[in-house]
Design a protein around this ligand. Structure first.
Ligand SMILES: C[S@@+](CC[C@H](N)C(=O)[O-])C[C@H]1O[C@@H](n2cnc3c(N)ncnc32)[C@H](O)[C@@H]1O
Length: 242
């Protein structure tokens, strides 16, 4: 073997080692979330194993630690335990063929998870108001197991004010809001299907993760799941001013 091929082989082996290691670490993160009872279902474990969080965090940051990570523009990727909690709460509303809306989609991680769960016959829509994050999240998704769903159009990420929802593909079986609202935006309630569920952090200093279920008569039932701390659901200008 000539020296160049030898070097290529070594580089290939190093690459394989590192990518294999990343997969193991993502699996380890999922196993920890299962051990602590945050992931309770096989389906949520499978989707979090399939969508590698390492592809969604900025280079040089520790992807598998259970903590939020800054992604620029005064935003963060939420902690793995929050992603797992929201996926658990929405699991029944993320069946194949269903429609899911991810407001404040940030890195695109949860939008990709939703897309894997609703499958090619369903729709997973991300709405994010920072255009640069829309572009980087699209690149992240392209590297992930959800790339084919982005290509076939069952997954899409849009630039816009998520407080208005995304009427084009409403009504939604599942709505996730990744930033804390002062109060639940009415357009999001309107775009929820009867039988649908929304998970949304609500509050300013003290925030609750609220679970909003729309009943068959159009009324809503709201309960608090837990206390949380998210960046605010606000205007682009207010967010960039910090
Ligand atoms: C906690 S971060 C990202 C969460 C995302 N689930 C993730 O883990 O990557 C919340 C996101 O909401 C976005 N955001 C805040 N207000 C918004 C609004 N009015 N419309 C759309 N996106 C908004 C922020 O830019 C930020 O990317």
């Amino acid at each position: 073997m000539n020296p160049k091929s030898k070097l290529n082989l070594i580089l290939h082996k190093v690459q394989q080692y590192w990518s294999g290691n990343a997969v193991n670490q993502n699996k380890g993160m999922v196993e920890n979330l299962q051990r602590y009872g945050i992931i309770q279902s096989r389906k949520v474990a499978e989707v979090m194993e399939t969508i590698d969080r390492g592809l969604f965090v900025p280079n040089g940051t520790p992807p598998y630690v259970d903590s939020p990570i800054p992604i620029g523009y005064n935003a963060t990727i939420s902690a793995p335990h929050m992603h797992a909690t929201c996926l658990q709460l929405l699991e029944e509303n993320l069946q194949p063929g269903m429609h899911a809306l991810d407001v404040g989609s940030g890195t695109g991680y949860l939008t990709a998870c939703f897309a894997m769960m609703v499958g090619p016959q369903g729709r997973a829509i991300g709405v994010e108001h920072i255009p640069e994050l829309v572009s980087s999240s699209t690149e992240n998704i392209q590297k992930s197991a959800a790339a084919s769903l982005l290509k076939d159009g069952s997954l899409s990420v849009h630039s816009g004010d998520g407080r208005q929802g995304w009427p084009e593909f409403a009504p939604y079986d599942a709505i996730h809001v990744g930033a804390a609202a002062k109060e639940i935006p009415q357009p999001l309630i309107d775009q929820l299907k009867p039988g649908g569920r929304m998970v949304i952090p609500v509050g300013v200093l003290f925030q609750d993760l609220q679970v909003v279920d729309k009943n068959s008569d159009g009324s809503v039932s709201i309960r608090t799941e837990t206390s949380v701390r998210y960046v605010p659901l606000t205007s682009k200008e207010a967010q960039l001013q910090g």
